[in-house]
Design a protein. Structure first.
Length: 221
């Protein structure tokens, strides 16, 4: 699918921002997500290899949500990842969306976030924001969960599960988009999220498996 075909869903100003980054064609998982209802508010679980374009699916979701006068919430597991994503998104969408990074004080409601369109935070920070009853949460239109397979992590999983459950209650109409390259039970997780499962094996660089022994790698045929 050519990026220009997105004009039926997004204004030309957004298309121009996308093409300015060198993107002209959508990758398989991205096209599948659109065909599955990305622009109609359908929740999605994207389970595809690393570098297959999952983050761009999240950006398209966020852009569509913001343009429909709602906030986009992006949850990441690590402060370093949140900082990296915020830097990338601010550079890419400068002048179009107000992007905020919230990873700090767990005892603050961060009411200033109400002035931002696209909010990135860690699960721990979001837990704090929910406990402080941040009013802007009510206007969240999409929830993007990066590395959603961490639901199975013994330390982070319970918090993330509770957060998603609470968000489904607080903003029941919000679109949920889960991203992961490694999910052991994608069908079950998609069912729990009430989401369409998007699976694809395409990757930008072929993956070769081999065994290294005494300085020699023997690749699997």
């Amino acid at each position: 699918m050519n990026v220009q075909e997105l004009k039926q869903f997004l204004p030309e100003t957004v298309i121009n921002k996308i093409t300015a980054t060198g993107i002209t064609e959508l990758r398989p998982a991205q096209q599948k997500a659109i065909e599955a209802g990305l622009f109609t508010g359908k929740s999605l679980l994207i389970c595809t290899p690393t570098a297959s374009g999952k983050t761009f699916v999240a950006e398209l979701t966020a852009a569509h949500t913001i343009l429909n006068h709602h906030k986009a919430l992006y949850i990441v597991p690590l402060v370093a990842l949140a900082t990296e994503k915020a830097k990338d998104f601010k550079h890419k969408w400068q002048g179009m969306f107000n992007i905020a990074l919230s990873i700090g004080d767990f005892d603050a409601a961060d009411s200033h976030l109400g002035d931002y369109d696209f909010i990135l935070c860690t699960a721990e920070k979001l837990d704090s924001l929910l406990r402080h009853h941040s009013p802007w949460i009510q206007n969240v239109g999409c929830v993007i969960v990066d590395e959603i397979h961490l639901l199975n992590d013994v330390s982070r999983g319970p918090t993330l599960e509770i957060l998603i459950t609470l968000l489904k209650q607080i903003v029941p109409t919000a679109q949920i988009v889960g991203l992961s390259a490694t999910i052991g039970n994608p069908d079950e997780l998609a069912a729990w999220l009430n989401a369409e499962l998007i699976r694809d094996d395409w990757r930008p660089v072929p993956l070769h498996k081999g065994v290294y022994h005494k300085g020699t790698i023997t690749f699997q045929e």
